[in-house]
Ligand binder design. Sequence first.
Ligand code: G6Q
Length: 546
Amino acid sequence: MTSGPTPLTQGAAWNALREHYEVIKAVHLRDLFAKDSGRGARLACDVEGIYLDYSKNRLTDDTLRLLLDLADSAGLRAGIDAMFRGDKLNVTENRAVLHVALRAPAGATITVDGGNVVPKVHAVIEKMAGFANRVRSGTWTGFTGNKIKNVVNIGIGGSDLGPVMAYEALRVYSDRALTVRFVSNVDATDVAESTRDLDPAETLFIVCSKTFTTLETLTNAQTARAWCLRALKSDQAVARHFVAVSTNAGEVAKFGIDPANMFEFWDWVGGRYSLPSAIGLSLMIAIGPERFREMLAGYHAMDEHFRTAPFDRNLPVLLGLIGLWYVNFFGAESHAVLPYDHYLGRLSAYLQQLDMESNGKRVDRDGRAVNYQTGPVIWGQPGTNGQHAYYQLIHQGTRLIPCDFIGFCRSLNPMGPHHDLLASNLFAQTEALAFGKTAAEVEAEGASPALVPHRTFPGNRPTNTILVEQLTPEMLGKLIALYEHKVFVQGTIWRINSFDQWGVELGKVLANRITPELTSQTDPDLRHDSSTNALIRRYRRLRLPG
Ligand code: G6Q
């Protein structure tokens, strides 16, 4: 493959942004706000119940115009149309990218290989709803006739992070009589701790694996199967205690799961985009089919917004362009997502996969090395905890870390002063990050001269604020789709394939090669590098006690 500059950085829009950056880099948010009293209200967008304030970013109307030019010249409109049409945008796997079809209303038509997929999607949702209702009502019983009280989702990556994030986010809407857990790690501690206090007769396992060949998931599923059968003492118990979500009916049947209890999805759904498919079954059992449908409706509303809104009022486009501005022109290495809601504790982990697995790519769709940065490191924890830890670096460190603050106007647990304290912290942080505290202000507070530099905050640290009335299933769907499409916007402009994950596939192959070397009775003929060989030898010496 050839390397060198790609057309992106040679284009007029990119060059204009590069020149414009030379002007903007020295401009402080303090000055932008001082000379434009309407900035805060103007650089905001109120769509679908989501208020995005992007005024505390290091940009002007000119910046936005140039970024929008970049989106146009990069073919973003055509890219969006191609995705919604079902074009095979995942070129390395020759697949359509149609997670939007998972939340399309019945009656819509979205075609893959000549067939409308929407009726299939709705048939699976109906099947899931029937099953979820049976489990919730107690009509679906365990092998010995007991009501199911525990649901354990076994999956990893895209078959875990979405369900666990959404379950935590919507826990307040869940049936509290059910215990819902998620097992992902091949470390036995995960399955052991997740099952130790459960009664197998009352436990349902949902084995989620698109391929049904993933080592971690199958190992955990086999362990769970053995745990269940040890107590229930009949192979026939598997059919009552295990269901599967997969695209691979053959492997599901081999495991002993009745194909009637397999919930299907399709190769045009990427793992990290699969929460609104049958992969969300554990969530649907927890919150009920109606709430799940509300989440799908929220996703769909954001899909329609993304598909139809003009780019200058389009939330995913704005977030994508602003993020790209920092990555490609300010050299920002990371991006923090800071939800001020305890229920969103797993959101950053979810977004890490969504963004970093999608846009962590170093060649463009044609296989040429890119000469610009692509996806940033995504990280964050819910506020206010982070304020007592790593916010120090965001405020006063040497790096520029753009942040998204996500807040809600009403708590799901309204109690005393808590929520107003939470919200005031959010607003105070974005204000302090933008405006900082000058040396003169610190001096005026009476600080000793030696302390002035330590207590000065430079400010000019950019943030988006996403403010929403309340966290509901519908709103969660909207927020996830917002970030999915933001990732799409950036991937399209960067000309990369956001829908494959060869870096993840690598790990699956490498571990399989080493496992027999760890366990063989005779000394293996190790042919790794000297470091890996030494580690394996030491592990072999110490792996068994005594
Ligand atoms: C997601 C990735 C990856 C995948 C897991 C689990 O986009 O492809 O995280 O979801 O590796 O794969 P299975 O669902 O096939 O077990």
